[in-house]
Each structure stands twice: as C-alpha cells, then as structure tokens.
Design a protein around this ligand. Sequence first.
Ligand code: NAD
Ligand code: UPG
Length: 315
Amino acid sequence: MRVLVAGGAGYIGSVVTAALLQGGHEVTVLDDLSTGHADAVASGARFVQASLHDSGPVLAEVRPEAVLHFAAKSLVGASQQTPEEYWHVNVGGSLALLEAMRAADCRRIVFSSTAATYGEPEQVPIREDAPTRPTNTYGATKLAVDAMLTSYAVAHDFAAVSLRYFNVAGAAYGLGERHTTETHLIPIALQVAAGKREHLTVYGEDYPTPDGTCIRDYIHVEDLSDAHLLALPAPAAGEHRIYNLGNGTGFSVQEVVDAVRQVTGHPIPVEVGPRRAGDPAQLVASSDRIRGDLGWAPKHTDLAGIVGDAWSLIS
Ligand SMILES: NC(=O)c1ccc[n+]([C@@H]2O[C@H](COP(=O)([O-])OP(=O)(O)OC[C@H]3O[C@@H](n4cnc5c(N)ncnc54)[C@H](O)[C@@H]3O)[C@@H](O)[C@H]2O)c1
Ligand SMILES: O=c1ccn([C@@H]2O[C@H](COP(=O)(O)OP(=O)(O)O[C@H]3O[C@H](CO)[C@@H](O)[C@H](O)[C@H]3O)[C@@H](O)[C@H]2O)c(=O)[nH]1
C-alpha cells in the first residue's frame, strides 16, 4: 500500500514506519519535527517536513491509499497547562488532515488514540464500552478526534480505526523514546540509572492503590507496531473500529522503579512529590476485542524485558 505516516519522525511513528517498510509498503512521512527527529525516519521512507495544518498539498501530491496518524501533542501534564495548544494541534490539525484526505480521495486511516479517553475507570481492566470521561485535556482532545472519525465514517465512507494505546515503552529497530524534555516514567528512570539525572520524583503516593502510587499498563512498542499492520486493512468503508492496546497487567510506579533497579543494576534515588494534575490512579487495558477480531497478541509482556529493551539503547 502507498501510505502516509503523519508524525512518523516521533517515537512510535518511526517504529511503525520501519515496520511498514519491512512489510513492503511505500511510505511518506509528514512531520513538523516539533518533538520528532528527522534521523529517526528510516532511510527507505520519503520525508516531508510539514504541519498537519498544511497537509493538503502533501496529500494531493502523494495520493496515499491510507494514512497512519500519530502526529499530536501528547503529554498529560502539559495539556493541563496549555490546553489551547492541545486543541489546536490534536483537534484542529486532525480536522485539517481529514479534509486533506477527503480532497485527495483517501479514506482509510489508523489513528493513535489513548487510554486517557476513559479517565478514572469504574472497572479494570478497561474495555472499549467503558464510559469515556477524560480527566485531562489531552484525553479530551483525543476523544474528540475519535468522534470525528465516527462522523467521517458515517458521512464520508471513511474506513477508520482508533487504537487506544495504554503506556507505550521499549524500543525496536534501534529506535526508542527520545524526547527533548523527557516526562515519561521509564525513560526518566533510565536517565537516572545512566547518571544523567540525580533522582526520580514519584508523583504522589497517596493514590487508592496497594502501594499508593499510580498503576499503568506498559505495552512494548513492537507489539503496538504489529497491531497497526493488522488494523490497517481491517475496517470496511463506513466503519470506525476502536481497539484498546495493552498487556492487561498493571504495574505501579514503585514496581517500575524496582524493575529499572533490577535491569540496570543501578540504585535509583527517589523523592516523593505531589500528584501530577490530570493523572488517573489506575489504567489497565482489556485488549480482548483486538485479540478476537484481528488475532493480535503481545509478545513482550514482561516488564523487565520492556525496560531492558529501552535500556539497551542507552547503556
Ligand atoms: N507514548 C505513549 O505512551 C502514547 C500512549 C497513547 C497514545 N499515544 C499517542 O501516540 C502518538 C505518538 O506518540 P509518541 O510517544 O510517538 O510521541 P512523539 O512526540 O514522539 O511523536 C509525535 C510526532 O508528531 C509530530 N507532530 C506533532 N505535532 C505535529 C503537527 N502539528 N504536524 C506534524 N507533525 C506533528 C512530532 O514532531 C512527533 O514527531 C501520539 O498521537 C500520542 O498521543 C502515545
Ligand atoms: O517523573 C515521573 C514521570 C511519571 N510518573 C508517573 O508515572 C506514571 C506514568 O507516567 P508517564 O510515563 O508520564 O505516562 P502517562 O502520563 O501515563 O501517559 C502516557 O500514557 C498514556 C496512556 O495511558 C498516553 O495517552 C500518553 O500519551 C502517554 O504519555 C504516571 O502515574 C505518572 O504520574 C512519575 O511518578 N514520575
């Protein structure tokens, strides 16, 4: 397939770009490099530096058969400080991309949605039919794009899939997390192990969880990438599917820190700070729907293995 990968210079998009190339697809990456890196784009892909808001001419020229849409602002904490940026990029940018697709007669899309669309869950593991009540602006913007995709499927015959990722981690194809200002738990803990930071701050230990720290479901980026390749051809025209993607096992912040200590052999000094605004206590996925529909199954479910793959790029 001839595909356009929006946000393909970022962490997850660059891994999926490498997998698409390996699968024989023809790939153009569109990315404004606001948080991505041109050198993360695999050499077999064409790279165009452009914003989602200016995607019209790019799609008109490339004429892709499908789009994989990773481009977004994606930090829970920052979305509470500068919500306008999140609405502008995530919702305004996605609308511009969908309109560029319509103009180029491209109606197949896989979108990076998130566990943050659910908010504080009533039940774990979280299924796709759980209530969506985001506790932060980031989740609200992603939920708005999910709704946009349903409308475009109904009104404009789009074939769409929203993949609601839980916490993505690990590395593949020599590509890992590389954010200029890192905010994610595992890379920060690894930076402490590598001596690049003095300590890790745990954001709250008064949550209603067994050890008081937040619980998340960590999914390996390679398993996530497999899901994209399965999802790409799956929906029919007029269909919008939603799939959760996680391992189905929750680990607390404390357990992640312990795994990093074990994998790296370094002490990880920890300070306890206040809660981070917008963080739900517990997010754990049920991925039964994608397992049943598409036969997806994660291969890397062991936390130490996921941490070890990320560490191998740093150490
Ligand atoms: N990392 C996670 O744990 C996680 C979990 C759930 C969902 N997601 C979603 O997955 C996607 C990829 O996340 P990531 O961790 O790889 O983030 P990332 O920041 O590494 O990648 C995002 C990419 O999009 C590009 N981009 C941002 N705004 C753009 C714009 N207006 N026009 C063109 N390009 C733009 C950035 O330059 C970057 O290369 C995001 O949509 C994110 O919301 C990530
Ligand atoms: O220095 C740190 C960094 C994080 N945390 C905690 O660790 C957990 C994980 O945080 P982080 O790695 O920042 O990921 P999330 O905020 O859970 O968000 C990720 O996972 C979401 C899905 O669950 C995605 O939607 C987001 O895009 C992605 O950034 C949270 O409880 C944080 O409070 C700390 O205690 N200290």
